[in-house]
Design a protein around this ligand. Structure first.
Ligand code: ATP
Ligand code: MG
Length: 253
């Protein structure tokens, strides 16, 4: 049985998608069969692994709303051991439509659980909100990873995030656990970073990964080529970091 991990933080632009795409690719490169699930209408994970959002016929919208089997919309990427359930703007309508459905909290879980047997890891990219799409992702997951940008405002919203996780645990998914916290866009030259790190270690004792993701131009460039960074620039510090992060996660599998 594979492990399903939601990459979740309701704060925008903290590196969720970058972590999803690059962690999933690194897990795949290390021989772990990995499924990336895009649950964000922005579809950035989808384009990040080389798919053209405009040309996607079926997306996670169809598995959530039209009950199309996940297997039917799954696509193989050009990268080793990496598969995706893609998303595009269509998914924006799903929040409202789900709200009227009886299965509003469990639609994603129902859709992807048959695939858990086939994959070592399922990595879910969440939108920057606490809405039904994110709740579906948390309900469908075994654990979550919280990416935190190393900046002063990183801690803002953290109590809201934790309270959402508690609610999901109480009502929809009692097994949900925090897998870890990953610092993104780390810049060793900034003193502020260290303060944030100390503070987070207080909030989440022993949950921060040793590996921190450095700020890297290569990471920002890679999506425009539709490639995870390890396939875009194999020997840069960002590629090294995501491979190390994958090692830490595999060790706990
Ligand atoms: P959203 O909340 O909108 O979904 P997100 O949390 O998924 O955003 P990303 O899209 O991964 O965040 O990253 C936001 C921006 O920061 C992107 O332009 C991305 O390329 C850039 N970025 C992310 N991580 C890094 C990094 N380590 N170094 C440099 N740029 C980064
Ligand atoms: Mg994103």
């Amino acid at each position: 049985m594979g492990k399903t991990i939601a990459i979740f933080n309701q704060k925008g632009g903290v590196g969720k998608t970058t972590t999803c795409v690059n962690l999933a690719a690194a897990l795949g490169a290390k021989g772990k069969k990995t499924l990336l699930v895009d649950v964000d209408p922005q579809g950035n994970s989808t384009s990040g692994v080389g798919l053209d959002k405009a040309e996607i016929e079926y997306s996670t919208y169809d598995i959530l709303i039209n009950r199309v089997p996940a297997r039917g919309i799954m696509q193989e990427t050009e990268f080793k051991n990496l598969f995706i359930l893609p998303a595009n703007m269509n998914l924006a309508g799903a929040e409202l439509e789900l709200a009227e459905s009886e299965e509003r909290f469990f639609a994603l879980k129902k859709a992807i659980s048959p695939l858990a047997l086939e994959f070592d890891f399922i990595i879910i990219d969440c939108p920057p909100s606490l809405g039904l799409l994110s709740l579906n992702a948390l309900t469908a997951s075994d654990t979550l990873i919280v990416p935190l940008q190393c900046e002063y405002y990183a801690l803002e919203g953290l109590s809201q995030l934790l309270s959402t996780v508690r609610t999901v645990k109480q009502l929809y998914n009692e097994h949900l656990e925090l897998e870890g916290v990953v610092f993104t866009m780390y810049d060793i030259r900034l003193k502020l970073n260290q303060q944030v790190i100390d503070e987070v270690n207080k909030y989440f004792p022993n949950k921060a990964y040793k590996t921190m993701i450095p700020r890297s131009v290569k990471l920002a460039e890679a999506p425009s080529f539709g490639k995870p960074v390890i396939y875009y620039e194999k020997y840069c510090k960002a590629s090294f970091a995501y491979k190390k992060l994958a090692d830490e996660i595999i060790k706990k599998q």
